[in-house]
Design a binder for this molecule. Structure first.
Ligand code: NAG
Ligand code: NAG
Ligand code: NAG
Ligand code: NAG
Ligand code: NAG
Ligand code: NAG
Length: 609
C-alpha cells in the first residue's frame, strides 16, 4: 500500500526538486520584498541532498533511519524524506487570512524517534506532509485542493500552505497527513472562505449574520484561555480576530494555577518558538484554532514602538536588558520570523518597516481593516523610564501613531469602502481610541490613542469630513471593557452623549483573555464604582467594565450589528463557564450606539445612563 501510494505521487510530480520546499510558506520571508529574511531554498535543498551522497559513498555501516526518497529515479537531485513516523505536535492546527478563493492552512509535524530509542531523529532530513481540502466533514470524494510540502527544523517543523481554487463564502474541511504513511494524520479542521468583494450584503453567508469573535491579551501564566474555547463552543464565529498580545515575552509566575511559563524573557528565535509552542498546548486555544480562520495583528513585546519596547531599544543600555544581550532590532526580527512560522498570516507587500496592515473585503457587507498601531511606524510611547516626556508631547501635531504611509492608506481604504457600497467599516487595531480621562484617579494612558492626539483628530476629521458612516473601531490592550460613541474628545457641542446624535461611529474595546485587570486587584463592586466615575467623566464613553476576563462577538448583518460582551467565571482552571454581560446594537446608517444603550441593562460594569 505504501509503495503504491508513493508511486502515485510520482506520477503527479514532474516538478523541480525544490517545489516541496517552495510550497511551504514558512520558508519564505514574512515580506515579499525582503527575500533576505527568508530561507535560501536552493541551499536547503543542497543540504538535504547530501544525505543521498552519504549513503552512496562508502561511509561506514549503513544505518536504516527510515528514509524514503520522493522524486522517483532522479537520485542525483533528490533528498530522502523522513518515514520513521510523525508527531502532529500541535493537534489544533490553525488557519487564517482567508480570501474569497484561498485560505492559509497550518500544521506542525516533527519526526518521531524510533520506538525505544532516546536518540533524536536526524534533524536535517525533511519531513513531507500532504494536505487535503474538502467540502465534506469526512473528507470524502475528490479533494478540492491537495498537495505536498516539506518542512524541517529550519522552520521549527511548521508548514504553512495556501490552499487555492476554493469557492467563495464556503465552508471547508482539511487535514494533513504523512506523505509516507497516509494513515498518520492530523485532526480534521474547519475553515471558510470569504464572500467575493462584490457579493450583495444580503447574500453574504447565505443571508445569515456574519460573526466575528474578538480577543486580546492572552497571558499564559495569568490564567487558562477559556475565552477561546467558550467562543469555539457557543459563539461559533466565522472569523476569530486577535488584536495583539497573543503571547507575552515575560515569565511571570503561574505555578499556583499550573501555568508556569517555560524558558526566559523572549529575545531569540528559539525563545519565541518555545513560547508559541507552549501557548498552543492550551486546549481552548487549540479548539478555537481548529474551528475557523483567524485574522491577527502583532505582539512583539510590551509597549512596542518603532524603535524599542518598554524595556529595550538599540542603545547599549537598552540592549543590556535582554537576557541574551540581543538588541531591540534583533529581538524584533526573531519575533517576526517566529510569528510568521507559527501564525497563519500572509506574506505582505511591503516596501518598508515590516508592514502587516491589510484589508479584507467581506462582500458588500463590510470591510475588515486591520491596522498596526504598535510596530509599524509609531513614535515613542510611554516606556516606563520616560513616562513624563510622553505626557508633555502627547498633543504635538508632528507625533504619529500610524506613520504617514499607513495613515494615507487607512483614509483611502475608508473612503473606498464607502464608495464601493460596503455597509460596515470594521477597524481591528490594538489600542483604545476614545479619550479616557479620569484626572486625579487614573491618568490617561499614553500607550493608547490618547498619547497621539493629533493622529486621532485626523482620523475623526476624515470620518466627519467625508461623512463616512457605520465605522466600528475594535480595540484591545487595556485589559478592561470600554464601549463608546465615536466623537471628538470631550466635545459636547457637536455630540450629545444622551441621544448619541452627532457621533460618527462606535468603538468596542474588549477586555483581556487572561491578563489582569487594569483597574487593579479590587473586588467586583469596587470596579463598578471606578467604572461609574469613568462614564461620568468621559462624554463619549457609554459603558465601562473592569472586573471580568473574556472577549466579545459581533454579529453583523446589513441592517444592524449586535455586539455581545462575554465574561469568564473562572480562569484559574480549564473550564467553559461564562456569561454575556452586555449586548449593544448599532443600526446601519445611525453611526452611534442604539438607545437605550445596551437595552438599558448590563450584568456587570456601569452604563452612563
Ligand atoms: C508529541 O508531541 C507532544 C507535544 O510536544 C508531546 O507531548 C508528545 O509526547 C509527543 N509524542 C510522542 C509519541 O513523542
Ligand atoms: C533605551 O532603554 C534604556 C533602558 O531601558 C533607557 O534607559 C533609555 O532611556 C532608552 N532610550 C530611549 C530613547 O528609549
Ligand atoms: C514636533 O513638534 C514640537 C512642538 O511643536 C517641536 O518642539 C519639535 O521640535 C517637533 N519635532 C520634530 C521632529 O519636528
Ligand atoms: C471637558 O471639558 C471641560 C471644559 O469644556 C473641562 O472642564 C473638563 O475637565 C473636560 N473633561 C475631560 C474629561 O477632559
Ligand atoms: C482631563 O481632565 C482634567 C479634569 O477634568 C482636565 O483638567 C484635563 O485638561 C483633561 N485632559 C485632557 C487631555 O483633556
Ligand atoms: C440583535 O439583537 C436584537 C435585539 O436584542 C435581536 O432582536 C436580534 O435578533 C439580534 N440579532 C442577532 C443576529 O443576534
Amino acid at each position: 500500500m505504501r509503495n503504491i501510494y508513493i508511486f502515485n505521487l510520482f506520477l503527479c510530480l514532474g516538478a523541480t526538486a525544490t517545489r516541496f520546499l517552495e510550497r511551504n510558506l514558512a520558508y519564505k520571508s514574512p515580506f515579499l520584498d525582503a527575500p533576505q529574511l527568508g530561507h535560501n531554498i536552493d541551499n536547503l535543498h543542497k543540504r538535504q541532498v547530501q544525505h543521498v551522497r552519504r549513503q552512496m559513498e562508502d561511509a561506514g555501516i549503513f544505518e536504516d533511519e527510515h528514509y524514503v526518497t520522493f522524486y522517483g529515479s532522479d537520485f542525483s537531485n533528490s533528498p530522502f524524506i523522513w518515514s520513521g513516523g510523525l508527531n502532529f505536535t500541535h493537534a489544533g492546527k490553525m488557519l487564517g487570512d482567508p480570501f474569497d478563493t484561498s485560505v492559509l492552512l497550518w500544521a506542525r509535524a516533527a519526526p518521531l524517534p524510533s520506538s525505544g530509542s532516546s536518540k533524536l531523529p536526524d534533524q536535517s532530513v525533511p519531513v513531507c506532509l500532504s494536505y487535503q481540502v474538502s467540502k465534506f466533514a469526512d473528507l470524502s470524494g475528490p479533494p478540492v485542493d491537495s498537495g505536498e510540502a516539506f518542512t524541517s527544523y529550519d522552520v521549527d517543523w511548521t508548514v504553512k500552505i495556501e490552499a487555492t481554487g476554493l469557492q467563495p463564502d464556503t465552508k471547508y474541511f482539511y487535514r494533513f497527513s504523512d506523505c509516507t504513511d497516509p494513515t498518520s494524520t492530523s485532526p480534521i479542521g474547519t475553515t471558510r472562505t470569504l464572500p467575493r468583494p462584490d457579493t450583495a450584503a444580503d447574500n453574504v453567508n447565505g443571508g445569515n449574520p456574519f460573526i466575528l469573535a474578538v480577543f486580546s491579551c492572552s497571558q499564559y501564566q495569568a490564567g487558562w484561555f477559556n475565552a477561546y474555547g467558550y467562543a469555539a463552543n457557543f459563539v461559533k464565529p466565522d472569523i476569530y480576530i486577535h488584536l495583539g498580545d497573543y503571547i507575552y515575552e515575560g515569565l511571570g509566575n503561574g505555578a499556583s494555577i499550573g501555568r508556569q511559563t517555560l524558558g526566559r524573557e523572549l529575545a531569540t528565535i528559539f525563545d519565541y518558538r518555545q513560547r508559541l509552542a507552549q501557548y498552543r498546548t492550551d486546549e481552548s486555544l487549540r479548539a478555537a484554532h481548529l474551528s475557523g480562520p483567524w485574522i491577527t495583528v502583532w505582539y512583539v513585546a510590551d509597549n512596542a514602538w518603532k524603535a524599542g519596547t518598554a524595556d529595550s531599544n538599540d542603545t547599549s543600555i537598552g540592549c543590556s536588558f535582554s537576557p541574551s544581550g540581543a538588541c531591540f532590532t534583533d529581538r524584533k526580527l526573531s519575533a517576526v520570523r517566529a510569528y510568521h512560522e507559527w501564525m497563519p498570516i500572509r506574506q505582505v507587500v511591503s516596501n518598508d518597516k515590516l508592514r502587516i496592515w491589510r484589508n479584507f473585503q467581506i462582500g458588500r457587507l463590510m470591510d475588515l481593516t486591520m491596522l498596526d498601531t504598535r510596530q509599524y511606524d509609531r513614535d515613542l510611547t510611554d516606556v516606563s523610564v520616560i513616562d513624563k516626556l510622553v505626557n508633555t508631547i502627547s498633543s504635538y501635531e508632528n507625533r504619529s501613531l500610524m506613520g504617514a504611509e499607513q495613515e494615507k492608506w487607512f483614509f483611502q481604504t475608508l473612503s473606498q469602502s464607502q464608495a464601493r457600497g460596503a455597509v460596515w467599516r470594521i477597524i481591528g487595531q490594538q489600542i483604545v481610541f476614545t479619550q479616557l480621562n479620569l484626572s486625579g484617579t487614573c491618568e490617561l494612558s499614553k500607550d493608547a490613542w490618547d498619547g497621539y492626539r493629533a493622529n486621532r483628530r485626523r482620523v475623526l476629521d476624515h470620518l466627519y469630513g467625508n461623512k463616512i458612516s457605520n465605522t466600528v473601531i475594535l480595540s484591545g490592550d487595556s485589559h478592561a471593557n470600554w464601549v463608546s460613541d465615536l466623537a471628538y474628545p470631550n466635545d459636547t457641542t457637536k455630540y450629545n452623549p444622551i441621544s448619541g446624535e452627532g457621533a460618527i461611529g462606535v468603538e468596542f474595546g474588549g477586555t483581556a483573555v487572561t491578563s489582569p485587570s487594569s483597574f487593579g486587584p479590587i473586588s467586583q463592586p469596587e470596579t463598578v464604582i471606578v467604572s461609574q466615575a469613568f462614564v461620568a467623566a468621559n462624554a463619549d464613553l457609554q459603558w465601562s467594565e473592569g472586573f471580568y476576563r473574556g472577549f466579545f462577538s459581533l454579529k453583523v448583518d446589513p441592517s444592524q450589528l449586535n455586539a455581545t460582551f462575554y465574561a469568564m467565571n473562572d480562569i484559574a482552571s480549564a473550564n467553559l463557564k461564562g456569561f454575556a454581560t452586555a449586548e449593544f446594537i448599532v443600526k446601519a446608517g445611525e453611526s452611534k450606539l442604539s438607545r437605550p444603550v445596551a437595552g438599558g441593562t448590563v450584568l456587570a460594569g456601569a452604563l452612563k445612563s
